[in-house]
Design a protein around this ligand. Structure first.
Ligand code: GDP
Ligand code: MG
Ligand code: ZN
Length: 353
């Protein structure tokens, strides 16, 4: 098993005496946290809100936060976010150059793909890059094996292993319950797994099976294209009675790269390795003599579709990087401005007092 969590001893209290809680849901700036086994509403302090510049400065699903508890129905106050182990993000859909944090402190990303019309190797590669860039370990789950004969499944698994490389692959059926135990084995105590994939892939159905009850709403996919309706509308962290936590997410129609670097990602280790064997160190793999990449494509050992997919992701990552460089400069300025305001305010107060 290449997927393993990193354990961080987490105290129940911070040095300042705040209680440590976990963010399990977020609704437009309001949070639901899990504290001492109880769900409570929470808000961030005015200071946190004032100092926040980017999405990263706000709590996200999966965050461990330092909170002040209040009696009754008053919302708890989140004072700060504890350091994150992993951050699973994507570019928001649409034209904006903005990051969307899917979840944080995730140990394993379950990439779910249905063995119906949802099945797509190129999309799988993209999810693998996004998952491994988060710092979490990707695991591929292929749902709906009940729709196929064993020999078809063998062929499909062969294709998937060719792109999965070292990532574990489990084909299962939530209908016949086949191979669900293999999935359960990954979700041990203290492990947080996040489910990603298209709408209709079977994420919520699988989580219900793991929970042993129908907690999450699920919905049938359209027969003609296997597309699901968006039944899951928000991200949610759910502790399992058997230990560990799962995070359900709404279907991601697109998963744009965000600050990812496919040229060093383990997802494409085979291509990167080939590139090192080219005769020229600056080989562009077009028509140079002694090009290991081209000859691998020619002799069929490297699938051309996979190579094109790699180039596309590289281009996308470079584009994002060039855009976010500008944004980062703007962010730095925004932070300096906010800090300046603080200092001015502080001086003013001091003069008065
Ligand atoms: N045949 C079959 N159908 C499944 C399986 N898993 C999920 N489904 C169906 O696929 C549809 C979409 O499932 P859902 O869990 O809502 O997908 P989500 O959008 O990824 O959460 C539902 O009708 C499920 O019953 C499976 O293993 N086999
Ligand atoms: Mg769902
Ligand atoms: Zn080359």
């Amino acid at each position: 098993m290449s997927a393993h969590p990193r354990h961080i001893p987490r105290p129940d209290r911070t040095e300042e005496g705040h209680t440590v809680a976990r963010v399990i849901a977020e609704h437009k700036g309001r949070y639901v946290i899990l504290v001492n086994g109880e769900e409570r509403n929470a808000e961030i302090t005015g200071k946190m809100m004032f100092e926040a510049v980017t999405r990263k400065d706000y709590p996200a699903v999966g965050d461990w936060v330092a909170v002040q508890l209040y009696d009754g129905d008053s919302p708890c106050i989140i004072h700060h976010i504890l350091p994150r182990t992993t951050t699973l993000s994507r570019k928001t859909s649409g034209k904006e150059m903005e990051e969307q944090i899917i979840a944080v402190n995730v140990d394993i990303v379950f990439i779910v793909q249905g063995l119906d019309n949802d099945f797509n190797l190129r999309r799988l590669e993209r999810f693998l890059v996004v998952a491994s860039q988060s710092g979490a370990a990707p695991v591929i789950l292929l749902s709906k094996t009940d729709l196929h004969a064993p020999e078809t499944l063998r062929e499909v698994l062969h294709e998937v292993h060719a792109v999965a490389k070292s990532a574990p692959v489990i084909a299962y059926s939530a209908k016949t319950m086949e191979h669900l135990d293999e999935i359960r084995k990954f979700i041990t105590d203290d492990v947080t797994v996040c489910f990603v994939g298209s709408s209709g892939a079977g994420k919520s159905t699988l989580i219900n099976r793991l929970l042993g009850r129908e907690k999450l709403a699920t919905q049938e996919v359209r027969a003609e294209d296997s597309k699901g309706k968006h039944t899951t509308t928000h991200r949610e962290l759910i502790p399992l009675p058997s230990g560990g936590c799962v995070i359900d997410t709404p279907g991601l129609r697109e998963i744009g790269l965000w600050e990812a670097d496919p040229s060093t990602d383990s997802t494409f280790a085979d291509i990167i390795e080939l590139g090192l064997q080219c005769k020229f160190t600056d080989c562009t793999h077009h028509d140079e003599p002694g090009c290991a990449v081209r000859s691998a494509i020619d002799d069929g050992s490297l699938d051309e579709g996979r190579y094109i997919s790699f180039l596309k992701l590289l281009k996308e990552a470079e584009f994002i990087a060039s855009k976010t460089d500008i944004t980062k400069q703007q962010e730095r300025k925004a932070r300096e401005k906010k800090l300046g305001k603080f200092q001015k305010e502080y001086k003013k107060q001091h003069r008065k007092g």
